[in-house]
Design a protein around this ligand. Sequence first.
Ligand code: NAD
Length: 353
Amino acid sequence: MILVTGSAGFIGSNFVLDWLAQCDEPVINLDNLTYAGNLKNLDSLQGDARHIFVHGDIGDSALVADLLKRHAPRAVVNFAAESHVDRSIHGPEDFIQTNIVGTFHLLEAVRGYWNMLTGEDKANFRFLHVSTDEVYGSLAKDEPAFTEMHRYEPNSPYSASKAASDHLVRAYHHTYGLPVLTTNCSNNYGPFHFPEKLIPLMIVNALAGKSLPVYGDGMQIRDWLYVKDHCSAIRRVLEAGQPGEVYNIGGWNEMPNIEIVKTVCALLDELRPRSDGKPYNEQVTYVADRLGHDRRYAIDASKIERELGWRPAETFATGIRKTVQWYLDNADWVANVQSGEYRDWVGKHYGEV
Ligand code: NAD
């Protein structure tokens, strides 16, 4: 049994689906279903006794302590977070609350549980904290990619809150001996990605004949990783990572945002041509840049390859094709997320959707 938090969200739901496709070890899924939590992602697990969903907050130590006591998981994987940089700029408080205070309460509950374990159960227990490359700050064009030794220089309320949570996790290892693992991953893309983020927003807007808003000059560089590769990396770290260690995870695929948008448009031109025969990239519009927008993130993922033998299975070309095809095949899922909060948020910032 493992406890996975935030697994109604984008990466967490992919992780649970992959986990249960590969083994029968049950999963308790703790998620408080913010706007980003969508149980539709886990529809295929309905009636599957290996998946236990619990609606609750990682900051509720009593609830978490009770879950740990009753189910005795061998590991906790923490995905739960507020994850959208733009939202953190407009309203940082939720980020402080969940990413910092919530992680603290979760760590306290896990520490209490781990202290009660004995023998092999105690030795084999792991707390895996899922984090981001954004904690390292921004790189100049010619600087080497982030290694695990790079100093923390978070620039947005989101990355600062994730950096704080990483430090707490580290401190629980050094102070209390809690067997923690931390992963810092680059930008993910793939199925079930909420359409406020770059790639799904472009696909959904393009198909709806809306504008494709690109921040600033579109030359912000990110490393991109297909979400299933992130899931396999987390699984590998959980299996073989050394407690107290940090592992960077990335796709070895740096690309400027505008290139991402052009690639998505070209795939749509091929897979679902516009009815007027014109190319989708005619819909691109440049909008005012995000405040404090980092210019470049790049991940050096050689440690996880060297020490744990993990490399991504997908190239960007194969992963992005699967992703675009998934959005074309799952119009119902898209329609579902496009109701409610999603509409309010994107409507305010990008016009009616
Ligand atoms: P997401 O926003 O899609 O999902 C977050 C999930 O956490 C949602 O289901 C939400 O309901 C849940 N949640 C939020 N606050 C909670 C709380 N207080 N208690 C319980 N559940 C709560 O995010 P994501 O993109 O899937 O990211 C998951 C994790 O991976 C985050 O920690 C994020 O920082 C990290 N990460 C994301 C990326 C990326 O590209 N998306 C890259 C690297 C790291």
